[in-house]
Write a protein that binds this ligand. Structure first.
Ligand SMILES: [Fe+2]
Ligand SMILES: [Fe+2]
Length: 327
């Protein structure tokens, strides 16, 4: 009897069967979630892997500019708050790496992509933090921009990503407030403290606005991510929301946002603001920022220093598996 080669089941096809594609579209249209076991188009999977891993890398690299101040925080209270915040960022990175792993990429590969430059992380973390006020600016502006960006991601169509973002956003809101409060305290202080806060905001304001990515006309992947309901608002819409949120908060702080073009536009119902220096953004993105090389080198060293933890965890898991087999 000759063995008949069975036809490949339809679900193995990269293109997916008509039914699979239809089911995927139905879930997206109905605002329902795609889960790891569901069929999904290859491009959707790749887009998510790129976005989630970049996001995870940003959380982990983002620990460095603030970690720099933990030992120098001006009081025990500030030290405790800053440590809690930096630890939160480590947790965010871990949730996100786990979410990316459900799409079929492993942690070592993601790490390699980060240290070889194949994967990017948010270029804001390539700026240095020379003053204590920078802890205030990062919390207020960088975590503030992160919230604007991430709240809509809680509704991202990919289940593990959306669920990770829900938890992350709760913590980001604490981060933003602690930054605002650092600046508020400085602005109620001496002239030197006020000047330090203002000088720091002057440096962080524009890079924070650029965290939303290039203008919509230069962001070709955005449209597709919006059609897949990964992204819900365009870069420019999110940037506008952020500016609208910042202006009244800056008034409370008594800080001047370093943009003379900021002005309420009655007709639009939004604040107008001036153009951003996108050349600087692309320079930093290309690796020529203040601290790109340091950030990646430190990450690499931390990974190497942590090798014994991974080995111990593996040995422990192997021993537990052997125990289960024996019983
Ligand atoms: Fe975070
Ligand atoms: Fe944060």
């Amino acid at each position: 009897m000759t063995a008949v080669q069975p036809a490949l089941p339809e679900e193995k096809s990269a293109e997916g069967s008509v039914d699979q594609r239809r089911e995927f579209d139905r879930l997206i249209d109905a605002d329902m979630r795609i889960e790891p076991r569901d069929w999904m188009p290859d491009a959707y999977r790749k887009t998510l892997i790129r976005q989630i891993s970049q996001h995870a890398h940003s959380e982990i690299i983002g620990m460095q500019p603030e970690g720099n101040w933990i030992t120098r925080a001006p009081s025990l209270k500030r030290k405790a708050i800053l440590m809690a915040k930096v630890q939160d960022e480590a947790g965010h990175g871990l949730y996100l790496y786990s979410a990316a792993q459900t799409l079929g990429i492993d942690r070592e590969t993601m790490f390699e992509q980060l240290v070889t430059g194949a994967a990017k992380y948010s270029s804001i973390f390539n700026y240095t933090t020379p003053t204590w006020a920078d802890m205030g600016s990062i919390g207020w502006l960088v975590d503030g921009a992160a919230i604007c960006n991430q709240v809509p991601l809680c509704r991202a169509s990919y289940g593990p990503y959306g669920r990770a973002m829900t938890r992350i956003c709760k913590e980001e809101s604490f981060h933003q407030r602690q930054g605002f409060e650092i600046l508020l305290e400085l602005m109620r202080g001496t002239d030197a403290q006020k000047a330090m806060a203002q000088e720091s905001v002057n440096r962080w304001y524009a890079p924070a606005l650029m965290m939303f990515g290039p203008p919509d006309e230069d962001s070709p992947n955005s449209q597709r991510s919006m059609a897949w309901k990964i992204k819900r608002f365009s870069n420019d819409d999110l940037r506008q929301r952020f500016v609208d949120m910042l202006v009244p908060q800056a008034e409370v702080l008594g800080i001047t946002l370093p943009d003379p073009d900021i002005k309420w536009n009655e007709e639009r119902g939004h604040y107008d603001f001036g153009p951003l220096d996108w050349d600087e953004f692309y320079e930093v993105l290309a690796g020529r920022g203040q601290a790109n090389a340091v950030r990646v080198a430190r990450r690499k060293k931390a990974h190497e220093d942590g090798a014994w933890v991974r080995e111990a965890a593996r040995a422990c898991a192997d021993a537990q598996a052997a125990e289960r087999m024996a019983s």
